[in-house]
Design a protein around this ligand. Structure first.
Ligand code: TTP
Ligand code: MG
Ligand code: MG
Length: 440
């Protein structure tokens, strides 16, 4: 923990939904839900207007539809999210060389390297307000919430305290007062299992956690986890802001020219990729805890889902099984263009198997043939272009008809028209590839 509030954490508000509202003027100020729109779809995020109806990330889209039937349900445009994220990360890197992105919409910034006259609370407060204003500028209207504190832990908690469009600076010395009334789940790494174990011994809040000695905590939760919790309960967190932290991962992916819709085929492809990942891990003496799958849908929305194991693995069977389980939760009914499997959270050692070599049975893989028929799909929210009407987005489709609203971030709310799904005047729109000669 530092003696001054010099760690800043920034997180964009309702990120995917905010990008959609920026690019679709008719949806501004309205409930918007981004996620899987099919029968088994899950909500990625919801605009704050939709959250008022109880719509949340990770909720089934079915549930979201029943809570907020009048919301716009969109399947997401990953290229737009990535491009917007790059603008924000670029801004952050222009204020400090020490920027550690945690995801597309959030990052830590070390203010010690930000060229401030001092790190007193009024100075960092003014700086953070100005930074928030510049985020709105570079993103053409997205808001961010910011927290500033004496550690990563405190800064991250602080950015969430006044969401959306908020700023909280936690003055040095007040960290423990802030934490005490909070639920133990504010501590990173305290998931459902730890929470339940603590609940059984009567611990719910950080204040109650403080009464547990380090020895007791280790007995309760094991060495690493117990020590970690003991210190974080006291706001003791010395983790550095690590720019360009080496993302250690091994992954394999494949792209397909046609939309894959057959689940068995997709599972077969993932299983084969998991085998290749395991081979590469094995060759390099690596193992990892987190298995991620990447799935790009027909409309170029890219989804990734991960799952983390208690200990590292390099087992093809384990990786393949986790990959297939992750796929089972995704709505791929519209067709899939890319599949990939990766393992991250790598340790440069393979966990010793206490029971000796366990030769794994090679899984019998059927011959995989990727079919060659293609079809057009119009996912709600995707960008399209019409020969006469210009650019717009798919409002909905079905029964051979696709309905488009013609508007972009630069236009007012625009008109709605319907076309036959195979109307040759209508095509998917993709942003131009960045000009490599232009630099930047
Ligand atoms: P978050 O920052 O967790 O959420 P948010 O930006 O939508 O809303 P806020 O920060 O204001 O609470 O996640 C960033 C994006 O990551 C989110 O817009 C969509 C995506 N995401 C998922 O796809 N699935 C999830 O379960 C979560 C939590 C986020
Ligand atoms: Mg966010
Ligand atoms: Mg976030």
């Amino acid at each position: 923990m530092r003696t001054e509030a010099s760690v800043l954490h920034l997180d964009l508000d309702a990120f995917f939904a905010a990008v959609e509202q920026r690019d679709k003027p008719s949806l501004r100020g309205k409930p918007v839900v981004v996620g899987g729109v099919g029968g088994r779809g899950v909500v990625s995020t919801a605009s704050y207007e939709a959250r008022r109806y109880g719509v949340r990330s990770a909720m089934s889209t079915r549930e979201a539809r029943s809570r907020c039937p009048h919301a716009a349900f969109l399947s997401g445009r990953f290229h737009a999210y990535r491009e917007t994220s790059e603008r924000v990360m670029g801004l952050l890197r222009s204020v400090s060389p020490l920027v550690e992105p945690l995801s597309l919409d959030e990052a830590f910034v070390d203010l010690r390297q930000a060229d401030l006259p001092d790190l007193a609370v009024p100075t960092v407060t003014a700086f953070a307000q100005d930074l928030r204003r510049r985020v709105v500028e570079v993103t053409d209207g997205l808001t961010a919430s910011v927290g500033v504190g004496s550690s990563k832990f405190i800064a991250k908690i602080a950015s969430d305290l006044d969401k959306p469009d908020g700023l909280v600076v936690v003055a040095p010395g007040t960290e423990r007062d802030l934490l005490r009334p909070m639920n133990v789940t504010v501590i990173p790494g305290v998931g459902p299992a730890t929470t339940e174990r603590l609940r059984r011994v009567g611990i719910h809040t950080v204040e109650e956690l403080e009464t547990v000695t380090e020895d007791e905590m280790v007995r309760l939760l094991g060495n690493a986890h117990g020590t970690w919790l003991f210190h974080l309960a006291r706001a003791q967190d010395d983790r550095a802001v690590e720019p360009e932290r080496e993302t250690k991962s091994v992954s394999v992916e494949g792209t397909y020219d046609t939309d894959l819709t057959d689940r068995t085929l997709m599972e077969g492809l993932l299983t084969r990729q998991a085998g290749e990942v395991a081979t590469r891990l094995g060759k390099n003496g690596l193992s990892g805890r987190t298995v991620t799958i990447k799935v790009r849908l027909h409309d170029f929305t890219t989804l990734s889902r991960s799952s983390t194991l208690p200990s590292p693995t390099d087992s093809r069977t384990t990786i393949a099984r986790m990959a297939r389980t992750l796929l089972a939760d995704l709505d791929t009914s519209g067709g899939v263009r890319l599949l990939g499997v990766g393992v991250s959270g790598l340790a440069d050692w393979v966990q010793e198997d206490l029971f000796g070599e366990t030769a794994e049975a090679e899984e019998e893989l059927p011959e995989i043939v990727v079919p060659h028929h293609s079809r057009r799909t119009w996912a709600p929210g995707m960008d399209v272009e019409h020969e006469e009407m210009g650019r717009g987005w798919v409002w909905g489709s079905g029964r051979g008809v696709v309905t488009v609203r013609f508007e972009t971030a630069q236009t007012p709310a625009g008109p709605v028209r319907s076309y036959a799904e195979d109307d040759p005047a209508l095509s998917a729109w993709r942003p131009p590839e960045p000009d490599p000669a232009a630099g930047g």
